[in-house]
Design a protein around this ligand. Structure first.
Ligand SMILES: [Fe+2]
Ligand SMILES: [Fe+2]
Length: 389
């Protein structure tokens, strides 16, 4: 392993992680790429993380020729956007890790995740090395050493949550062999830790289904409500404020099948919190059965979002109190106000407003339509009566 134990709590017993949500960077640099870089450079200067983790859907696009036809990137071409993303971390020598997202794995760049990983590995302080023999790319665990000994004080799990369920459009989930590897490794770490589970965080792109336990059903007329996704799409939801804080701008896009991953965390007892990307407009956190489930909304500007709420999520860990996990979003708007080159004017309207309009049209539309039909019928019958005269 390239760098198994480089991370360490500082002398104050703190460890700071910057979570970078979906970027969806493109081959050619544009003003959206520049806004993302502005956000990351500023956040790195302000927040001084000990580690940064990219949450997947990193470079998700091919390139277009002068006729507008899409073509797959070559390895040399793919290196361009990857190095663009890596540069702010490299400039400050910040250790960097990642988990892969569904778009990284759906060959949108035309290249496999193994190739993407090998390009990131050209950065000396990139920490991810894929564990061989199990499903996915980039599954691994990163231990954090104690501030004053070489003992493991904390552990970070990085999982590849895949793309789509085989033969379906539903999102993927961890496979049995990945869960087995997690359980065996967690058990080894526990033994090494004197029989107590080693406190841990999970990072993976696609959230687990248990996120829906942080929500409650609501009327579609509620402007705060969002429609559920997949098997949850018959209902509309709001955050259950007794369980979660933050913002939900879209129904969590979880898989339609429960892999048992969450139950496995409960059984091992090491996972205190899990962080997810994938849902670009969600940044809520809440506790289910004592495990914090926490969304990191998108950090990039190439994809759908909600105005200037893009940002990065910081996590501050405390060596003396592992369960005290401090986390919050730091947004573009917080650093730069509304000065943004790629999101302007009407696009600054929060997407919630669109939701309100959609909800209103959904119910007002049929009423107006029925009224119009009634009026038309009345006019026709009146005309007929006049003719009879
Ligand atoms: Fe995404
Ligand atoms: Fe995604």
């Amino acid at each position: 392993m390239k760098n198994p134990a480089k991370l360490r709590f500082d002398l104050n017993g703190k460890f700071k992680i910057m979570v970078v949500g979906d970027i969806h960077e493109k081959y050619r640099i544009d003003e959206k790429s520049e806004d993302f870089l502005r956000l990351i450079n500023r956040a790195l200067d302000e927040l001084q993380p000990d580690l940064a983790i990219l949450m997947g859907d990193i470079v998700s696009n091919g390139a277009y020729d002068s006729q507008g036809n899409r073509y797959d990137l070559t390895v040399e071409e793919l290196r361009v956007p990857i190095f663009r993303v890596v540069e702010p971390f490299k400039k400050r020598n910040v250790p960097l890790a990642l988990v892969f997202g569904n778009h990284d794995g759906e060959s949108e760049s035309g290249l496999a995740k193994e190739v993407i990983l090998s390009l990131f590995q050209e950065y000396d302080n990139f920490l991810v090395e894929s564990t061989p023999g199990i499903t996915g790319v980039g599954n691994m665990n990163l231990p954090i050493l104690s501030s004053n000994t070489d003992d493991y004080a904390y552990n970070l799990w990085l999982f590849d949550s895949g793309n789509r369920e085989e033969g379906s459009r539903s999102y993927a989930y961890l496979q049995d062999d990945q869960i087995r590897w997690y359980e065996e490794t967690a058990q080894n770490l526990k033994e090494k830790n004197g029989g107590a589970p080693l406190p841990a965080l999970v990072f993976q792109h696609i959230p687990v289904m248990e996120e829906y336990e942080l929500l409650k059903t609501s009327s579609p007329l509620n402007p705060s409500a969002v429609q559920g996704h997949g098997i949850f799409s018959d209902n509309w939801y709001v955050l259950d404020k007794s369980k979660a804080t933050g913002h939900m701008g879209e129904g969590p896009c979880t898989p339609d099948h429960n892999s048992g991953q969450f139950e496995s965390w409960k059984k091992q007892g090491d996972v205190l919190a899990a962080f997810f990307g994938h849902d670009h407009m969600n940044d809520f956190c809440g506790s289910v059965d004592g495990i914090m489930l926490c969304q990191s909304k998108c950090s990039g500007f190439h994809i759908y979002g909600d105005g200037l709420r893009q940002g990065v999520r910081m996590i501050v860990l405390d060596e003396d109190n592992p369960a005290d996990i401090q986390t919050r979003m730091h947004r573009y708007r917080e650093y730069f106000g509304t000065k943004c080159n790629s999101i302007k004017g009407y696009m600054l309207i929060n997407d919630r407003a669109h939701g309100v309009i959609e909800n209103t049209l959904k119910y007002v539309g049929p009423v107006v339509g029925l009224a119009a039909l009634g009026y038309l019928g009345y006019k026709i019958s009146k005309k007929k009566k006049n003719k009879q005269k």
